[in-house]
Design a protein around this ligand. Structure first.
Ligand SMILES: *Cc1c(COP(=O)(O)O)cnc(C)c1O
Length: 231
């Protein structure tokens, strides 16, 4: 089926229904789960259609693609989340134009974002990406190094450390997926026991957001289940 702006409202309604059902099944208030619509490779007109249908938060992976798209959509009061891997020479656009960054796994990136965050904007909300399974390609800090990294980021003046993010490799079933997300929640609880006050768990994509919600996700990053397959 071709997903165009015309059938986006019904896709959104179905997606919201699934998010709500997963939250209720976990005994959670559905309002505590924020949908971040992942719009990478989608044209600005699809973002506009989703915004018209009521989506407020969008996620982008690539700085140059996002820069052009944000410029086209400047008239809309949207919250933008950067969720891709970030090179140090691309931090400025994210610091200036985004509301959240989910994918920080190095101190120097966090420091640059803090330095470059304009003073007219509120501090940039930030999650640390954790590699639950050692993986070369997708980034993320190893769990053993997480507490040190969090302790260095937390005092930065122009960012606000909010929580953790993960992109686990596809799991064979929902039980295995939940086990992954439970580990991220556990790491967040450990940090909070050590004195942090983190409130965000960015976990769950189209294939596994229900399992993530069952384990406490507060931000779910969903692309294909809303916009259809990427070109
Ligand atoms: C592409 C992407 C998503 C969305 O994936 P879907 O499977 O299309 O829902 C979520 N998070 C990250 C980091 C991504 O790169």
């Amino acid at each position: 089926m071709l997903i165009g702006p015309q059938n986006l409202p019904s896709r959104l309604e179905e997606l919201r229904g699934r998010i709500e059902a997963a939250a209720r099944a976990a005994g959670r208030d559905p309002a505590t789960v924020q949908l971040v619509a992942v719009s990478k490779s989608q044209p600005a007109e699809s973002v506009r259609a989703a915004a018209t249908a009521g989506v407020t938060d969008f996620g982008e992976n690539y700085v140059s693609e996002a820069k052009a798209k944000l410029a086209e959509l400047e008239d809309l009061p949207l919250r933008w989340h950067f969720i891709g891997s970030l090179q140090s020479n691309k931090t400025r656009v994210v610091a200036e134009r985004f509301d959240w960054v989910h994918s920080v796994d190095r101190f120097d990136i966090a420091r640059r974002l803090s330095d470059q965050r304009p003073h007219y904007a509120r501090p940039l909300d930030m999650c640390i990406q954790v590699a639950l399974v050692p993986e070369r390609t997708k980034g993320g800090v190893a769990p053993a190094e997480l507490a040190d990294l969090a302790a260095r980021i937390a005092p930065l003046p122009r960012v606000r450390l909010r929580g953790l993010m993960c992109i686990p490799p596809p799991q064979p079933d929902a039980v295995a997926a939940r086990a992954m997300f439970a580990r991220l929640r556990e790491l967040l609880l450990q940090l909070n026991a050590a004195g942090f006050a983190l409130d965000a768990l960015s976990m769950g994509m189209s294939g596994d957001f229900e399992a993530a919600i069952a384990e406490g996700a507060t931000l779910v990053r969903v692309g294909t289940a809303l916009f259809g397959e990427r070109a």
